[in-house]
Design a protein around this ligand. Structure first.
Ligand SMILES: Nc1ncnc2c1ncn2[C@@H]1O[C@H](COP(=O)(O)OP(=O)(O)OP(=O)(O)O)[C@@H](O)[C@H]1O
Ligand SMILES: [Mg+2]
Length: 406
């Protein structure tokens, strides 16, 4: 009995032909670019898709890609040519590297390796003019360009306001951008480094984490395309989407939901089962939770750092959301006493916090300005399930304690 009809449907690079969820958001963007395409003023839009802090796998890249590919088709249908170029700029390539990636994807026919960035840009603008071709470029992970010292403000302006630097021969601008960034902080970074571009961003699309209903739709599409009929049923999809749905306390990641469905199917396959059963799904879910437990890092921590994380997990479980330093310190003191240890003083406590935040085990942010000014807020990274984290920490504390207390 076969379980999979097509395994590639579960690959990260697989793009479903139809966007069943987020279709409206994508359509709004498409409408913008489409109207710009018809506009005599030229195709010079800069729009932005961003997510929420700490949330990954929520469809940012997928929506951008869908918009780009749809624009290619729309242009074709109206007798013009538009090319979509997708670039991930994580790791902050230089302006020249970005331009040569664009040139490669456009099949420019000339090498820009030996030329300066401005020359490369001129090649691209000329090419688009000669072929009367429009270009839509996605810079995914855009915040890493803004945070990098390798790329200057001038570089960013040159890229995003090409038409000022190098006007097309016929005066028609042909390059638009669809930027993708992790979260709203990208706006502040832009205001800081490239305020003129920031004020020009015409459309900002904020994507939230997926709800369980949205995940269910996404999973159903994958199941229909990638699994044999009769080996899965709705109940299984529900189980997964309820676990990961943002409304059910999950982190709302389509990526994790899809990977979990794939693992459940693989488990059924290796066990020679005729269909995917609930037990396979449960195994897959618990393995996905384990996979996000940063055990290596946790093992390397000192006892008091473990106490702090345990305290943070407990405050999180009691009140949800972000904790203040005061709340955390109070819980930490309580945890220390529970394990028969005396709490560390403030200075040491704060230096542990910084250390944990550097390791990525604590997320830190400043509260909005309140009556007593700004205070630090913290929480455990949202991909870590708090109850699991608490169990793991308690057992690590006991392990360590046995060493240190005996
Ligand atoms: N609306 C959707 N319909 C179908 N599949 C989706 C949808 N949204 C996300 N996915 C799938 O979920 C996975 C993660 O999505 P995507 O890469 O777009 O998330 P992201 O927000 O860009 O994540 P990251 O923050 O890690 O960059 C991909 O496999 C993608 O195909
Ligand atoms: Mg992405």
């Amino acid at each position: 009995m076969r379980i999979f009809r097509d395994r590639t449907v579960f690959d990260e690079s697989y793009r479903p032909k139809k966007l069943l969820v987020r279709n409206e958001e994508a359509s709004a963007l498409i409408a913008r670019y489409r109207s710009r395409l018809a506009d005599m003023a030229g195709f010079t839009d800069v729009s932005l898709i961003y997510g929420s802090i700490g949330r990954v796998g929520i469809g940012k890249t997928t929506v951008a890609w869908h918009v780009g590919k749809s624009m290619e088709e729309i242009a074709r249908a109206s007798g013009s040519v538009l090319k979509y170029v997708y670039l991930n700029v994580f790791g902050a390539p230089s302006l020249h590297q970005i331009l040569s990636m664009i040139a490669d994807q456009l099949d420019l026919g000339v090498s820009v390796r030996g030329s300066s960035a401005l020359e490369a840009l001129k090649f691209i603008v000329d090419y688009l003019y000669r072929r009367d071709t429009y270009l839509l470029v996605t810079l995914d992970e855009f915040q890493s360009l803004l945070l990098s010292s390798k790329i200057s403000e001038d570089d960013l302006y040159t890229l995003l306001r090409v038409y000022e630097e190098i006007p097309s021969k016929d005066g028609i601008n042909r390059i638009s951008f669809l930027l993708v960034a992790n979260d709203h902080r990208v706006m502040a970074y832009m205001r800081e480094r490239i305020p003129q571009v920031e004020s020009q961003v015409s459309f900002r699309l904020h994507l939230k984490a997926y709800s369980s209903r949205e995940l269910e739709t996404i999973l159903r599409q994958r199941a229909e395309e990638g699994l044999e009929a009769g080996v899965w049923d709705e109940r299984l999809l529900e189980l997964i989407s309820e676990y990961f749905g943002d409304d059910k306390g999950g982190d709302g990641s389509a990526r994790k939901a899809i990977i979990t469905l794939r693992s459940a199917a693989e488990l059924a396959e290796v066990q020679g089962a005729h269909r995917i059963e609930e037990q396979h799904v449960r195994r897959a879910i618990s393995e996905s939770a384990l996979a996000y437990m940063p055990l290596e890092e946790l093992r390397s921590l000192s006892l008091h750092e473990l106490f702090i994380l345990l305290a943070l997990a407990e405050v999180g479980m009691e009140k949800g959301d972000w904790s203040t330093t005061g709340e955390l310190k109070e819980k930490y003191d309580e945890v220390c006493h529970r394990f028969g240890q005396s709490p560390r003083a403030h200075t040491q406590f704060h230096s542990y916090l910084r250390e944990l935040s550097t390791l990525g085990l604590i997320e830190l942010r400043l509260s909005s300005k309140g009556m007593r000014g700004r205070t630090s807020l913290m929480r455990l990274p949202p991909e870590i399930p708090l109850d699991r984290m608490k169990e793991v920490l308690e057992s690590l504390i006991k392990e360590k304690g046995e060493g240190e207390w005996s």
